[in-house]
Design a protein around this ligand. Structure first.
Ligand code: OAD
Length: 263
């Protein structure tokens, strides 16, 4: 991993020329990887974690998103996840998710890596999504490890139990202090190391190991495009920092790609 330079080398103002430049880079047909965070779902009405009204402003992660919290009070943890599932279940993918679903077909070798557990990439039609932090619509048996789809909201029983063995079920998500699913993380490292361009959308780039993926890509020579209304620790390492909303910027780039991008 390379060190983040002190001076930003990103081109920062979002204007049509900059969007056209990014579209040109993409038109050259690079191997494309995209890393998303909760900001991509903000325009779908799903709260982010660290923003003004972010979940971690109102709730303590230690009480709700750690193995110790679940051991202490599985009911409390499940009530919080059931509440979140209730919100997410009524939300739809926004134009940013939809563009990325189309790009899976447009770019050979395309890889979509997400930190989100909301399932909106899949709902938008993305077929191969590397869900680094799991999926809130799946449960995992705490005894047998069996993963099952869990679409029902609200849950009929809290905390839910495994229909096969009666043990507690847990949300199939990664909590603080837990390792990421090894196979998915490995694929994410491979995709990051192999891409020619990585677009990083809607993440504060504060949570490891996800935040290291763009640096791995950059270290291997990939160009980094960041889409975020705010600067992040990654901004300094980005070649293009597009300051704005994912649901506006990604469709604008897509339009340039589709139209042939006359400037
Ligand atoms: P954060 O809440 O830390 O960051 C969200 C980012 O999205 C911020 O940088 C915002 O500026 C940006 N953002 C907000 N609205 C946006 C929009 N319309 N378009 C583009 N960007 C926008 O969320 P994450 O980086 O996803 O992990 O957080 C990473 C992980 O920390 C999460 O997966 C979760 C959390 O704790 C676990 O629970 C394990």
């Amino acid at each position: 991993m390379r060190a983040i330079p002190f001076l930003t080398r990103a081109k920062m103002t979002v204007n049509n020329d900059l969007l056209a430049e990014v579209a040109d880079v993409l038109r050259s047909g690079p191997r494309l990887a995209v890393l998303t965070g909760s900001g991509i779902s903000a325009e779908s009405g799903i709260p982010t974690f660290r923003g003004k009204e972010g979940l971690w402003k109102e709730f303590r992660a230690e009480d709700l998103a750690t193995p110790a919290a679940f051991e202490r009070d599985p009911r409390l943890v499940w009530e919080w996840y059931d509440w979140r599932r209730g919100i997410i279940g009524t939300r739809e993918p926004n134009p940013a998710h939809l563009v990325l679903a189309r790009w899976e077909k447009r770019f050979p070798g395309f890889a979509l890596i997400t930190q989100n557990v909301d399932g909106l990439h899949r709902k938008a039609g993305s077929g191969a999504v590397l869900e680094l932090h799991g999926n809130i619509w799946e449960t995992r048996c705490t005894s047998e490890g069996t993963v099952a789809e869990s679409p029902e909201t609200p849950l009929p029983e809290i905390p839910p139990r495994c229909p096969a063995c009666g043990a507690l079920l847990r949300p199939n998500v990664v909590w603080f202090g837990e390792p990421l699913p090894a196979e998915i993380l490995q694929k994410a490292y491979e995709a990051s190391g192999a891409c020619g361009v990585m677009i990083v959308v809607g993440t504060s780039a504060l949570v490891q190991p996800a935040a290291s993926l763009p640096l791995l890509a950059a270290g291997r020579g990939a160009r980094i495009v960041e889409i975020n209304p705010d600067a992040t620790p990654l901004t300094a390492a980005a070649d293009f920092s597009l300051r704005g909303k994912a649901g506006e910027i990604l469709p604008a780039i897509d339009k340039l790609l589709v139209s042939g991008g006359a400037r």
